[in-house]
Design a protein around this ligand. Sequence first.
Ligand code: DGY
Length: 321
Amino acid sequence: MEKVFISRRIPNKGIETLKNAGLEVKVWGSAIPPTYEELLDKTAQADALICMLSDKIDSHFLRKNTHLKVISNYAVGFNNIDIQTATDLGIPVGNTPDVLTEATADHAFTLMLAVARKILDSNKSILEGKWKNWEPMGFLGQDLRERTLGVVGMGRIGQEMARLCQSAFDMKILYFSNTAKPETEKKLHAKKVSFDELLEQSDVISVHTSLNESSRGIFNKEAFQKMKKNAIFINTARGEIHDEIALTEALSNGLIWGAGLDVTNPEPMSIDNPLLSLPNVVITPHIASATIDTRANMSFIAAQNIIKGLKKEKLVGFVNP
Ligand code: DGY
């Protein structure tokens, strides 16, 4: 019987799919993730691995586990895996695309509204016993109607965020991407612009690009300086895409209006991180895909990748070049 190791507990839908395919499934039992060494040890006894975006699957890990017949990342992003080494070793790697598009875009949209309308800061004032009167000048937020959304990375999730913003608020859509998206341009009247134009013209900037060498740290001090004073920065992609010190300075010094982050650098962030004490920031702990249905569907795709990989068939989400 071929063995699959799963590095955290995932929804039953995926586990049952694997068992019904006649596979032996072992799941890391603790709520605390396995260390690198613990994962190496467990993977040594498996034919296939389902890992999390927080598991580091680097060259050393892969070279110690050349017996692996397939790896399935329980995420759409796969920057935690050394794909080149996996490819060189002939190990197919899969991800879980499509099923988390809506949930992730919904979360970006939620963060945008929460920042624009000061939801967290105003709620905090109630919890601190500061709600004494109706305030004509308190917690004034921003209108989003007919404002400009700048999308960085116009893939599936970026397109869905653009669609939501346009249908809810009739927002004008700009995007920065390596590839033109003529269909999206037609459907959403979206306009492809340079990175600088996007920074200078957008009222909301939402990041949906993958983490790679050209996107790492792209939101740095210079980028925040070019943004509008009323700009809202949203990142639901990867924390390494923004420079966190530069972002903290931009938010503290009023260079930009606010930020909504589902990803930080590092993760988890420290409780002492100065971002947490800023009133104009809403941060969630990398939960954009965390809906009951989405996570169940992710577990199903992750399981399908394993089943297909063990049969030497093409994975559902196949990420090797
Ligand atoms: C992913 O799947 O890469 C996302 O970051 C999950 O929210």
